[in-house]
Ligand binder design. Sequence first.
Ligand code: SAM
Length: 256
Amino acid sequence: MKLASGYKAFWAAAHKNYPDQTKSGGLLDQGRFEAMNSVVNADYSDRFAKPSSRGWRSSIYPWIFPINRSTKVGALALTYKGLICIKTPFDLALYARLIWELQPRTILELGSFQGGSGLWFADQMSVLCDQPGEVHSFDVHTKCIHENAKHPFLTFHQVDLTDVSTFDKNLLTRLPHPWLVIDDAHVQIFSIFSYLSGLLVSGDYYVIEDEPIRADKEIIDGLQLVQQLGFMVDTYYTDAFGNNVTCAPNAWLRKL
Ligand SMILES: C[S@@+](CC[C@H](N)C(=O)[O-])C[C@H]1O[C@@H](n2cnc3c(N)ncnc32)[C@H](O)[C@@H]1O
């Protein structure tokens, strides 16, 4: 697994160069790092789950940080380079991991707000991806995008997501894969999903933020549709910090 390669390399270098320190009691005694080992080298072959097989239990509610203001951890995560970026610290960590693992050539963000999150995605892509990619961010209120939300990989588009025909299909069909789609606009999420899922290929990811937290009939029916369209929940991401500790519970979706 790509995520474990750095860990393996570290221990290979330690055993080769500092064999005395890798013995029991040494500073590089691998046994002392067993917890890390069990996480990094775990067998994740069963990580993909059908949406219908998942419950809605969540170890903690990730938005608890900014809402009750008992800590500034959430507040720190809500800006990026001075711009609003409405992501929890958990989700920022998960996206960074996914971008490195997936190596997306295209990131589509639905819901730009001030442009801070699009800028964050573009910066992450530029440092984590071997090949340059593109971030396309869509919103109806594009005049709120800050002039500092500029990046050579990042383009903003004005689209009313209540009408999927306003997407530029020529643009979408030319964008290279793998894709990472993030729906953070909260409008007609499953009709947009139906439309865009037809353009996704095997291995692409689609994350639906915030709305699945409702776990009501609309969401449960919608995730049934997601399953019928050939997507699985990647529990490596939904459950990385505990069950569904993410603003996209059961909604880190990978196309089969
Ligand atoms: C939660 S905010 C996006 C937050 C941003 N992605 C971030 O992480 O900082 C939701 C955005 O969806 C946009 N939006 C709402 N309705 C829309 C529509 N019908 N079409 C396009 N964008 C819409 C709003 O203008 C708003 O900027």
